[in-house]
Design a binder for this molecule. Sequence first.
Ligand SMILES: Nc1ncnc2c1ncn2[C@@H]1O[C@H](COP(=O)(O)OP(=O)(O)OP(=O)(O)O)[C@@H](O)[C@H]1O
Ligand SMILES: [Mg+2]
Length: 265
Amino acid sequence: MSGTQIKVSAVNKVFQTADKEVVALKDINLEIPQGQFVCLLGPSGCGKSTLLNAVAGFSLPSSGSITTDGKLVQKPGPDRGMVFQEYALFPWMTVEENIAFGLEIKGSGKAEIQQKVGALLGMLGLSDFRRRFPKDLSGGMRQRVAIARVLALDSPIMLMDEPFGALDALTRRNLQDELLRIWSELKKTIIFVTHSIEEAIYLADRIVVMTYRPGTVKRDIMVELPRLRDPSAAEFNALKRELGQLVMEEQQRHHNDEIKMAAVD
Ligand SMILES: Nc1ncnc2c1ncn2[C@@H]1O[C@H](COP(=O)(O)OP(=O)(O)OP(=O)(O)O)[C@@H](O)[C@H]1O
Ligand SMILES: [Mg+2]
């Protein structure tokens, strides 16, 4: 790992709704070196997607700044690829057309596109499915296509918003293992949002636990366990308990908030 690649400085994000202001992020500071695998962990509504979208450039901070390689993030850019929970594939395109799409927009040559798409189909075990449409694929396969599509653009940064949340446990573990393989092979920097504690410990170099509204950094932990990690190991479970406690405190705050709001209504 070398140098800071993503720098989040004093970021606040306030949403205006018809009747109130929601402070979604408050004073977030993070420095992420090139090649690090970071998981953002926290209960629903704590601002994980808001932070990821700000790094992606889809929605800018109300104050503070985000830079990648020293350059201010003002809009989405080719250095950052995003994988969404809902796959976001084009239903009218086949698997290979979906993967090739970004390269075509970029104006890559035919031979280059063919070579890259072929390599990615192989890397993600999709070669036999290249001519299928998304509707004829399982959730796990669709998510592979979504990952391949981002990899096609060769962005050094991958932003992933609960990409495996909708998958069954076995498919999820397979994709986690594949993602780890790709990450170590291609040396990507990854910010991966999850509310699964086990997923965060299985994947991350570093886990950033967020507080519930306003979203702040509650704890920033390096995970030193060797990979591939064993979820049944004592150290894995000790960390799981520690993180479980932290997340539960925030879930409780969420719950208390809802009770308070119900009383006001
Ligand atoms: N466009 C918006 N307008 C108003 N409020 C918003 C908007 N987007 C997010 N929020 C609010 O900001 C807070 C953080 O939302 P965000 O979607 O980032 O949470 P999250 O941690 O990703 O949750 P989840 O795990 O459910 O995806 C929430 O209270 C949400 O209601
Ligand atoms: Mg979210």
